[in-house]
Design a protein around this ligand. Structure first.
Ligand code: ATP
Length: 384
């Protein structure tokens, strides 16, 4: 098992903008790293450069302390699990798992021991004589992982391994991959465009946009302290709300009213003109159900609720607003970067299931002002 260091990695195809642009990421031994971002951000290209399926235009790829830029894939001793699993349809589960060991000329006794051990770990031991065509999607996935496990590889690499599965199976497999990775303690790099997979699986997550690393941090850090508008909008569901904001002293003027923010936050946003405030749906609440001590005029505003979706333990309230032209362009660009998410011309507020707010109400909404982020509309940088 080995750590992986990507040092100023560049990939240039033709003369367009680089598919991967000066990316540096350290993956520690035993760590589960997620590469995430919208389609075309360069995550698969980066993975393919780790495994050696793609040449590196610039920078160094170091695996287990050794520079591997010029090593062929088989010399890197990594195990890759592809989206389509790449199983041999004419071979049994047993032979599919045994394949890399046979290729390496291992003795029959060792092959048998390893295949049985892996298939037990993956709960495939009852299906060893079946062919891939007779397996469920999840079982096929596990066979592909079995083949990766038996090789004693330095690291596992996954390229969107769950994207062909239905939602339920995807959830199950996610848990299974996580459990297995922890048990084996093997360094893992996993590519996905799904932020839920990224947040639930990764020890750390690297968010990419157009070949450029935006932030590399733990899921909690990404959620609580996104580096910029892009990461803030990409991580979290429903997504963070973005609102035009004017900061005066420690008062923030939002389309619905003015709230008071902590002074240290306000200090970082002085004199910058119109900003974009980012507030997660979870950081609002119906003032009637929130702790009474928290409900002050400085932290509440009145708004007309357009639609309420009640889900049992929580409800989403939708509140339309108009964004002034100064920030509209920036928000429209953000929507494009985020791969066509719907335009945010409404505030989404997550309310406790106990809330009695209903459609058409003029509700008093509390906002957790400590959790407000303020972004520079020109650079997208999180100022707070
Ligand atoms: P997806 O999730 O859609 O696979 P991705 O984030 O994995 O996207 P990549 O496949 O790494 O993105 O592609 C990054 C960029 O490089 C894209 O603009 C893509 O068009 C380009 N690209 C990828 N492979 C090649 C290639 N062989 N030749 C030229 N351009 C390529």
């Amino acid at each position: 098992m080995a750590g992986i260091q990507m040092k100023n990695i560049v990939k240039q195809y033709g003369d367009g903008f680089p598919a991967v642009n000066d990316v540096s990421i350290d993956v520690e031994e035993g760590e589960f790293l997620i590469l995430v971002g919208p389609s075309g951000c360069g995550k698969s290209t980066l993975l393919r450069m780790i495994v050696g399926l793609e040449d590196i235009t610039g920078g160094d790829m170091v695996i287990g302390g050794k520079k591997v830029n010029d090593l062929a894939p088989r010399e890197r001793n990594l195990s890759m699990v592809f989206q389509n699993y790449a199983l041999y349809p004419h071979l049994t589960v047993y032979e599919n798992i045994a394949f890399p060991l046979r290729l390496a000329g291992k003795p029959e006794s060792e092959i048998d021991e390893k295949v049985r051990e892996a298939s037990k770990t993956l709960e495939l031991d009852e299906h060893l004589e079946r062919k891939p065509g007779n397996l469920s999607g999840g079982q096929r996935q596990r066979v592909a992982m079995g083949r990766a496990i038996v090789r004693d590889a330095e690291a596992f690499l996954f390229d969107e391994p769950l994207s062909n599965l239905d939602a339920k199976l995807r959830g199950q497999m996610r848990t299974e991959i996580s459990r297995l990775q922890k048990r084996l303690g093997i360094t893992t790099v996993y590519v996905t465009h799904d932020q839920t997979e990224a947040m639930t699986l990764g020890d750390r997550v690297a968010v990419l946009k157009r070949g450029v690393l935006q932030q590399h941090a733990t899921p909690r850090e990404l959620y609580e302290n996104p580096a910029n508008l892009f990461v803030a909008g990409f991580i979290g569901s429903p997504p963070m709300n973005f609102l035009p904001a004017n900061v005066k002293g420690n008062q923030v003027e939002l389309p619905f009213g003015t709230v008071t923010i902590p002074e240290d936050k306000a200090a970082k946003a002085q004199g910058k003109g119109l900003l974009i405030a980012g507030i997660r749906p979870d950081h609002f609440e119906d003032a009637d159900v929130v702790d009474k001590d928290k409900v002050t005029d400085e932290a509440t505003f009145k708004a007309k609720v357009d639609v309420v979706e009640w889900l049992g333990n929580e409800a989403y309230a939708y509140i339309p607003f108009e964004a002034p032209t100064e920030v509209r362009e920036q928000l429209a660009q953000l929507e494009k970067d985020l791969d066509g998410e719907s335009l945010r011309t409404q505030l989404v507020v997550s309310l406790d299931g106990a809330s009695r707010v209903s459609e058409g109400d003029e509700a008093t909404i509390w906002v957790d002002a400590r959790k407000i982020h303020l972004f520079d509309p020109a650079t997208g940088e999180n100022l707070t």
